[in-house]
Design a protein around this ligand. Structure first.
Ligand SMILES: C[S@@+](CC[C@H](N)C(=O)[O-])C[C@H]1O[C@@H](n2cnc3c(N)ncnc32)[C@H](O)[C@@H]1O
Length: 392
């Protein structure tokens, strides 16, 4: 292991932005790579892995180091990799030898420490999921591979796999899903915006098929964001039918429009949700996706900083928004319409709990199918989707 002092110090600076300033890890890393174009592949790998894994294992590393400052936690992470720390690396916490002993004690610590999550979240998860919570946390603490969804409008999976192989990218199909490819490394940046495929986790790819969109449908994506699922809906429409993507964020809709152009999507309208939207779209869609804002707990593998930013009060605020969207959007549907409620959470209070509560306050609806993607059961991100129709 060859140490570069500037890179090690950069890790501290990045961790402070995440832990002390509450910044989003993914953005912090993206910005760091942008302002340090001279960092080579190995440098970037060292910084990304050190920072990412220290964020993921923050609490466990603080236990091992017996201190919670970033330098100590990094020392705990690096020494845990078997690396000999350089003399110039100083930290407040335990010595490397003491850390060895404390590492051996980690398994006997309470779940919140060994699985590295805040106490309130551990209580919440256990109260909702019971014994299954521990296994879900284990799965959510693993590193996630890059998953792709083949854009069927631009080619089939075999063609994309052959093309990736010709570009030197190792990949294999996910046999349980029709369009999914799992990479055995990272996707080179120059291939990412090709339009033949989108980066989309396997769990996420299970939501849109539940809506059973067919060419000719009028589809509304009510919380489209930057359009991961809108593009999948467009592929199901195969250029026949209409698709409107709504969101409260103009910035996300602009990103969606850019992605849609690259993917060759036709007939897509985007609209920032406003006071007129409700009247304008009344009775228009026969298919609707409501991929609502949620805690994002099912995606902790990909955004481990989330667990340090969430709180019981933000969770409650999110659940209130989910309830409001469940009341506001589905009445827009045509009489014979079908809609799907989805989250990337594994908490029943954001999932089946919201659907149950809706059925109690509005008996017009009926849930005809549910899909719960457990990270422990699948190795994918956690998702929930409920297919809803009007009660006959
Ligand atoms: C889970 S994200 C959507 C992710 C997206 N469907 C995808 O697959 O990439 C939820 C989205 O709901 C949006 N949102 C929040 N409040 C909304 C509202 N009242 N109406 C429409 N969208 C809203 C957020 O801006 C966010 O982009």
């Amino acid at each position: 292991m060859k140490w570069h002092r500037m890179l090690a110090e950069a890790c501290v600076h990045l961790l402070e932005q995440v832990f002390d300033e509450g910044k989003v890890l993914d953005r912090v890393m993206g910005e760091a790579f942008r302002v340090h174009p001279k960092w080579g592949k190995r440098d970037r790998h060292f910084v990304a892995e050190s920072v990412w894994e220290t964020v993921r294992w923050r609490r466990a590393l603080a236990f091992v180091a017996d201190a919670s400052d970033s330098r100590s936690m990094l020392a705990a992470w690096w020494s845990g990799q078997g690396w000999i720390l350089p003399d110039w690396w100083t930290w407040e916490g335990a010595s490397v030898a003491t850390m060895e002993g404390r590492r051996a004690e980690l398994e006997a610590q309470p779940r919140a420490i060994r699985q590295s999550i805040p106490d309130w979240l551990d209580l919440r998860g256990f109260s909702e999921l019971g014994e299954a919570w521990d296994a879900e946390l284990t799965a959510l603490n693993r590193r996630a591979p890059v998953c792709l969804r083949v854009n069927r409008q631009r080619g089939d999976r075999e063609e994309v796999l052959a093309w990736l192989a010709s570009e030197g990218v190792k990949a294999h199909p996910e046999v349980k899903l029709p369009d999914a490819i799992i990479l055995e490394g990272l996707l080179p940046k120059r291939l990412a915006s090709d339009g033949r495929m989108e980066i989309q986790d396997c769990g996420s790819q299970t939501v849109v098929p539940l809506l059973a969109v067919e060419p000719g449908d009028r589809v509304m994506d009510g919380c489209a964001g930057a359009g991961g699922k809108t593009l999948q809906l467009a592929a199901d429409l195969a250029g026949e039918g209409e698709l409107v993507a709504l969101d409260v964020s103009p910035r996300k809709l602009e990103a969606l429009a850019r992605r849609a152009k690259i993917a060759g999507v036709r007939g897509l309208q985007t609209e920032v949700w406003n006071s007129e939207s409700y009247r304008k779209w009344q009775g228009w869609p026969n298919r609707m996706l409501l991929d609502v804002p949620c805690s994002g707990l099912g995606t902790l593998r990909r955004q481990p900083d989330l667990k340090w930013r969430l709180s019981e009060s933000t969770l409650e605020k999110t659940r209130r928004l989910q309830r409001r969207l469940l009341d506001e959007y589905p009445p827009l549907l045509r009489e014979d319409g079908t809609w799907v409620y989805a989250t990337c959470s594994i908490l029943p209070s954001e999932n089946q709990g919201q659907i149950q509560a809706l059925l109690e306050r509005d008996p017009r609806w009926e849930c005809v199918e549910e899909n719960r993607i457990s990270p422990a059961g699948t190795g994918w991100d956690g998702f929930y989707a409920a297919k809803m129709v009007r009660r006959s």
